[in-house]
Design a protein around this ligand. Structure first.
Ligand code: ADP
Length: 398
């Protein structure tokens, strides 16, 4: 028992002096690094505050970085970021799509451009045209970041704007070409008129002059009409429109033409209670073009069979059909007649005063109204054009 007590006392004393030694060492250490125990607790508090502040700043930075990454991911622009070693560190969805696995040519060109910018520090801006898997034009901008710290790439799909640009250029070229013919004719006729003193010749020349002027003004009217229907749809002009009213307006406008060609227009098959949400003026232009063609091309077949216009509700679509027993359209041309300036027979079109724009206008009007236009035709027998429009339109509630 005594031995146990002695051992206990010895152990406790040894432990105590060891702890004391440890404490003295710690105090000495603390004294060395800034004072006694009171200073130490202040120090720890300010250290903690500083660390908390740092943590907050760090959280903000991380948040901003995450937000930037989300924004980069969501942008429709292809964005890539390369580090100083040329490794991709960021590549958003749009970039992945544009560089898709089959677009090898674009990936190869991009790699060259990135290498060039990394080596020279010079910004590159290039349009890369690739043909596979489909034809595509991509604008590639490669810009150095910082002092050769990396490279940022922006990829823009310019295919659509290139196509629109081409369509515009073609249209201007075609329209100018179409205008050249009547303008040339006018010049020749005016020169002949000035040169002659014969009254009968003068009369004939004036008559021809007047028909060239009519042709030119028809062309200008159609060009303007097409430009109007091709521009952005003006929802403001959309209103609840009665189809029978539109057909009547078109009919009135074609009365003299119908008389001149001796081809009547029969509108008996029009349901008077058909309504669509649309632009009255555009719809009138489309229906007038179809009826005008039907009259012209019936007369061209030397027939006098009336043109038949119908408008009925088929399911939930308002279907307007214009049928004629005219010259019809050869099968090989059917797919092309809705193109601008396309005519099956140019010489005949000149005789009938056609501009080649009528059906392009019809197609656009149908599209603007969320509808379609189709044709069935047998060469030598006649044609039926059909416009289908939604009965319920965006302004049906008004
Ligand atoms: P155009 O002013 O020459 O009639 P369109 O764009 O209206 O131009 O029509 C394009 C071409 O489609 C016409 O040149 C003609 O060859 C053909 N076409 C259009 N409608 C008819 C029709 N009802 N019957 C026969 N051919 C037609």
């Amino acid at each position: 028992m005594l031995i146990a007590v002695v051992i206990f006392v010895v152990v406790v004393t040894a432990l105590g002096s060891a702890l004391l030694r440890q404490r003295k060492r710690l105090d000495a250490l603390l004294a060395e690094f800034g004072g006694g125990p009171r200073v130490r607790s202040d120090h720890i508090t300010s250290l903690r505050t500083a660390m908390q502040r740092r943590q907050k700043e760090y959280d903000v930075v991380v948040k901003q970085r995450d937000l930037r990454l989300v924004a980069i991911g969501a942008t429709p622009l292809g964005i890539q970021l390369y580090d100083s070693e040329g490794a991709v560190v960021v590549s958003n969805d749009a970039a992945q799509q544009l560089l898709g696995s089959s677009n090898v040519a674009l990936r190869e060109r991009l790699a060259e451009l990135v290498r060039h910018t990394r080596e020279t520090g010079i910004e590159m801006d290039e349009r890369v045209l690739t043909s596979r898997p489909v034809e595509r034009l991509t604008r590639v901008v490669v810009r150095p970041v910082g002092d050769r710290e990396g490279v940022v790439v922006a990829l823009v799909d310019a295919t659509k704007s290139r196509r629109i640009e081409k369509v515009r250029r073609d249209f201007i070229a075609n329209a100018s070409h179409e205008l050249k013919t009547p303008i040339g004719a006018l010049r020749v006729l005016v020169e002949a008129l000035v040169a002659t003193s014969d009254v009968a010749t003068k009369g004939a020349l004036v008559e021809r002059l007047s028909s060239e002027v009519v042709r030119m003004s028809a062309l200008v009217d159609d060009v303007l009409d097409l430009a109007r229907v091709e521009s952005d749809v003006d929802e403001e002009a959309f209103e609840r429109t009665n189809i029978a009213d539109v057909v009547q307006t078109s009919l009135a406008g074609l009365a003299s033409e119908s008389d001149r060609y001796g081809v009547k227009i029969d509108v008996g098959g029009i349901d008077p209670d058909l309504w669509v949400c649309g632009d009255h003026r555009q719809l009138e232009s489309a229906i007038t073009n179809l009826m005008d063609n039907a009259v012209k091309y019936t007369a061209a077949a030397s027939r006098r069979v009336p043109v038949d216009v119908q408008a009925q509700l088929v399911g939930d679509a308002v279907v307007i059909t214009v049928s004629d027993a005219g010259i019809g359209i050869p099968e090989r041309d059917i797919d092309r007649i809705f193109e601008r300036f396309y005519r099956v027979d140019r010489a005949r079109s000149r005789e009938t005063g056609g501009t080649g724009l009528g059906l392009a206008i019809v197609r656009h009007v149908a599209l603007n109204h969320g509808g379609t236009v189709s044709v069935e035709s047998v060469a030598g027998e006649g044609s039926t054009f059909r416009i289908a429009l939604k009965q319920e339109g965006p302004c049906s509630a008004s």
